[in-house]
Design a protein around this ligand. Structure first.
Ligand SMILES: [Zn+2]
Length: 262
């Protein structure tokens, strides 16, 4: 069995304008997010938390045939206000990766939100502390980010924090070792692909949901349809190439042209 994990960022109420334009490439409208949940429900999908996925991977638990892992990065307030009620309505659950230094900042989740998410059966994971790329940190900085984010979440929420998602998807062997040393059981990265029992728990793959949004393409990927992965992997490669060749500024301008209404 192959399991696909999806990564979401901000989900904004329909008709609402977000405060910043920084990450509109990754932002979904509520109607888009709900459309996807409705599709998955119609197809008979169940959701697994990071913890349930890992239990299955270790042979310590079973998962229904059609299982998807839904993950939410960056600790947006919308994850409590918009995402959680929709997940409950469709009887789905999610894993929320929070950069701890952002908790309580404007537009971000508060401790009250996080307590309630735990109460609703959602899993909380670390997304580092400062959201800096882990690969850019010195050994001491890296250990500090990993242990502080874990212990602060555990102290406030009273639950073990087992999973980490890499900020920006930046990942290497050195970081993977440090994450394991800090006591995490799994790490989710942004490499496109599916996960099986053989996938390394310190490099679990995720499909980042981005604009232009296509529910058909996402469902094709969740269903494990290989051409959709091929397309997405090439899109990811193309984005990297464009960023390198055009430079960040011209890349942003091009993105704006390609995604006019996002
Ligand atoms: Zn992030």
């Amino acid at each position: 069995m192959r399991i696909v994990a999806l990564t979401f960022h901000d989900v904004i109420a329909d008709g609402e304008r977000a405060e910043t334009d920084d990450d509109r490439f990754y932002r979904l409208a509520t109607r888009e997010f709900e459309q996807l949940l409705a599709h998955l429900r119609r197809l008979g999908y169940h959701t697994a938390s990071s913890r349930a996925f890992r239990a299955w991977q270790r042979g310590a638990g079973t998962l229904p045939d059609r299982t998807v892992v839904l993950t939410f990065d960056d600790g947006y307030a919308s994850h409590f206000e918009v995402v959680a009620p929709l997940l409950m309505r469709y009887r789905f659950s999610g894993t929320f990766f929070v950069p701890v230094d952002r908790i309580g900042q404007p537009g971000s989740l508060t401790w009250e939100h996080l307590h309630r998410l735990v109460f609703l059966g959602m899993e909380i994971g670390s997304h580092g502390a400062s959201h800096r790329p882990l690969t850019a940190l010195s050994g001491a900085q890296l250990d500090e980010e990993l242990t502080r984010s874990k212990s602060v979440l555990e102290a406030h929420l009273g639950v073990p924090i087992r999973a980490l998602a890499a900020p920006g998807g930046f990942w290497n062997q050195r970081v993977a070792e440090a994450v394991r040393r800090a006591g995490y059981e799994v790490a989710w990265v942004s490499t496109i692909g599916t996960n099986g029992s053989e996938t390394h728990p310190m490099a679990l793959r995720r499909v980042v949901v981005r604009q232009p949004f296509s529910v058909e393409r996402l469902v094709a990927m969740v269903e494990g349809w290989q051409p959709a992965f091929w397309w997405a992997a090439n899109q990811q490669r193309l984005i990297r190439l464009l960023k390198r060749t055009l430079g960040a500024y011209r890349y942003e301008q091009l993105k704006r042209k390609l995604v006019p209404n996002a």
